[in-house]
Design a protein around this ligand. Structure first.
Ligand code: AMP
Length: 395
């Protein structure tokens, strides 16, 4: 079965075609800068990479061009739109209603729209992707895979905030969690690597956005992002945990609105605010050349992660494995080493040689005496969406 996976953002759209259940990726593509004159589509099939530059004013036009590439006789992967039997969509927010992957009907679309206020940057773009795919692939089943679903197993004591009860209930204010598709994908691989029935795992998704999840016996138990994707770890441009008393203080000092403060916390804080840089490679390089701001930011970053590891180990009363994933987690031996330093009390001990090797597939980088296994597992959210879409279609 050929499954098209679509990850539709506000100004970009990523797609991949998989042959399932073989889990073989046939091609991938990225349409970027939708709505601008400089938009383009990048199409990849095995070693071939094609770049098509054209003004793409809408998601519909972008996906129409993508379908032309998919059906091209020379480098395409389908002969007609009917070859795509299923389209799997990434949907960021499923609110309280979606515990699982679902086939999309009018009610599901209505619910995704109802949740716009909880994910104003993501759900509208996700719904656009669904509506365009419905037009271009009318024979296919459309499936929604929600980033929040994996975290629906969190207990009340973990997902509730200590706000007035009626306020939380009226507006469904709680920790919904994010990056669920990634945490589910890597933790399932980790469970197989552990090869034991009961497991206590901490998954560190360290990319542009960063989050930690405590996963007990395959279920999300607690998670560092929350109502929005802002709390927890220090991220590229987001502050992570911050004392909320700072918000009214800043507002009064600068005479700025809550929207402006939110913009500062989401887009001008984190590693950018501390160092003036967002790319972790640049920050590590500068720190190694003696840049004090970068050195301090990196130690703040690792310290925050260590605090979460301690908290989630306590929450689960134990830890079998720590997972590093996403752009930084998979590629930065420096960050992995900083995080695992001085964690011997918890039984976390890294093997420097294994840590410094180039990592392309799941690997254990703990040393022979470490009680906790330390895994580096490349994430693959699109494959997870294809797997869940396939399972929904065949079960
Ligand atoms: P993602 O959101 O998963 O695509 O991750 C993007 C982040 O990964 C960016 O902040 C990059 O700086 C970071 N990254 C990618 N490669 C490396 C590397 N070799 N070392 C450190 N950070 C990296």
């Amino acid at each position: 079965m050929k499954i098209l996976v679509i990850n539709s953002g506000s100004s970009s759209l990523k797609f991949k075609v998989y042959n399932m259940p073989e889990e073989k990726m046939l091609c991938s593509g990225l349409i970027e800068r939708i709505g601008e004159k400089t938009s383009r589509l990048i199409y990849k099939k095995e070693d071939l990479e094609l770049i098509h530059e054209e003004s793409i004013e809408s998601h519909e036009k972008g996906l129409t061009i993508a379908v032309r590439f998919l059906m091209n006789k020379e480098y395409g992967v389908i002969s007609s739109a009917k070859d795509i039997m299923t389209v799997g969509h990434r949907v960021v927010h499923g609110g309280r209603d979606f515990f699982d992957t679902v086939e999309i009907d009018e009610k599901v679309k209505f619910d995704i729209e109802r949740l716009f206020s909880l994910a104003p940057l993501h759900n509208p773009a996700n719904l656009t992707g669904i509506e365009v795919a419905e037009q271009l692939f009318p024979h296919a089943k459309q499936i929604a895979v929600f980033d929040t679903s994996f975290h629906q197993t969190m207990p009340e004591k973990a997902y509730l905030y200590a706000l007035p009860k009626d306020m939380s209930e009226k507006y469904a204010i709680r920790n919904y969690g994010f990056h669920g598709t990634s945490h589910k994908y890597v933790s399932e691989i980790a469970q197989k690597m552990l090869n034991k029935k009961d497991s206590k795992i901490i998954s560190l998704h360290l990319g542009n956005g960063c989050s930690v999840t405590a996963i007990e016996n395959g279920k999300s138990l607690d998670h560092s992002l929350g109502f929005g994707p802002a709390t927890g770890l220090i991220m590229g441009t987001r502050s992570g945990d911050i004392d909320h008393s700072i918000l009214p203080f800043i507002s009064k000092q600068y005479g700025i609105s809550i929207d402006e403060i939110e913009d500062i916390l989401n887009k001008k804080s984190g590693m950018l605010g501390l160092t003036g840089k967002t790319d972790m490679r640049d920050i590590v390089d500068a720190a190694e050349q003696g840049n004090k701001d970068c050195q301090l930011a990196l130690s703040m970053n690792a310290y925050r992660i260590q605090k979460y590891i301690g908290a989630y180990t306590a929450a689960m009363n134990g830890l079998d494995a720590l997972i590093f994933t996403a752009g930084i987690g998979e590629n930065s031996a420096y960050i992995r080493n900083e995080v695992c330093k001085n964690m011997t009390y918890l039984g976390i001990e890294i093997d420097e040689f294994k840590n410094n090797r180039k990592i392309v597939s799941p690997v254990d980088i703990s040393n022979s005496v470490s009680k906790v296994r330390i895994f580096v597992i490349p994430t693959n959210e699109e494959l997870e969406i294809a797997k869940q879409s396939y399972n929904t279609m065949t079960n």
